[in-house]
Design a binder for this molecule. Sequence first.
Ligand SMILES: NC(=O)c1ccc[n+]([C@@H]2O[C@H](COP(=O)([O-])OP(=O)(O)OC[C@H]3O[C@@H](n4cnc5c(N)ncnc54)[C@H](OP(=O)(O)O)[C@@H]3O)[C@@H](O)[C@H]2O)c1
Length: 262
Amino acid sequence: MKEKVALITGSTRGIGKAIALMMANMGFKIIINGASTNKLSGDYKSELEDIYGELFEEFFLFIQADISKAEDRSKIVKKIKDKYNRIDVLVNNAGIAPPIRKDILEASVESFEKLIKINLQGPYFLTRDIANWMITLKDEILNYQPYIVNISSVSSFASSPDRGEYCISKAGITMMTKLYAHRLAEFDIPVFEIQPGIIKTGMTEPVQEKYTNLIKEGITPLKQWGLPKDVAKAVKAIVSGLMPYSTGDIIHIDGGFHLKRF
Ligand SMILES: NC(=O)c1ccc[n+]([C@@H]2O[C@H](COP(=O)([O-])OP(=O)(O)OC[C@H]3O[C@@H](n4cnc5c(N)ncnc54)[C@H](OP(=O)(O)O)[C@@H]3O)[C@@H](O)[C@H]2O)c1
């Protein structure tokens, strides 16, 4: 594992942070990314120092970059090339919820464009760039086995008319997963999608009470909140190679929310 490198977008906190720590524990060199800050919190840094010990500086790279911007995506690729000259795993995790939930009949163009750029356009073109690089690495590295993992949401299929732009961006990630799984199969680069349900992070904090009540009422067959580490464990299963004859699959981390019940 020692040489393997993983980029997890949006990994300064929440689900992305849990994935980053999981992969660090697996021995990956990790690239942590966020748009709004240029350094990690002290606690996060200590957690990584505990995992990597004296290899900390070598095994970890922080890149402040807004994935919705083409120049920032180029910066990500360049910095990884400069430091590691390889990439084994891309986890497209960065995403935002609409700052204001608004009925679809009063939908705002600004919010729509912002969500699509961050949640869909960013990952779509970052994947294009990283996938092209992975294809070239196939010829350069012996036993090279890359993976791409997209974090979508149950909102890919469940309608919430008060945040239509979020649902559309996530439904786009579901199609993006199919497209890249199809296109990259000839290069043996598997592409997976994880659809989280209700996960306890900063994103769901403003609606914590509402969701706690919905869970109590049975919106999820398993009556509990999901945790960021539940999503990280699914990523671990994928990048450990436990699904060698699969690509384009959706993994539900949602307490059974996706089940149609009778
Ligand atoms: N929490 C849930 O219940 C849930 C359910 C289903 C799906 N998801 C999806 O899971 C992913 C992670 O969600 P979360 O709950 O962990 O959210 P979160 O706690 O709000 O964390 C979001 C992360 O994304 C980064 N980010 C936001 N905009 C970015 C940008 N333009 N460029 C680069 N990084 C950016 C944030 O860093 P900065 O703020 O520094 O930019 C942060 O590190 C999202 O795609 C979300 O849609 C979450």
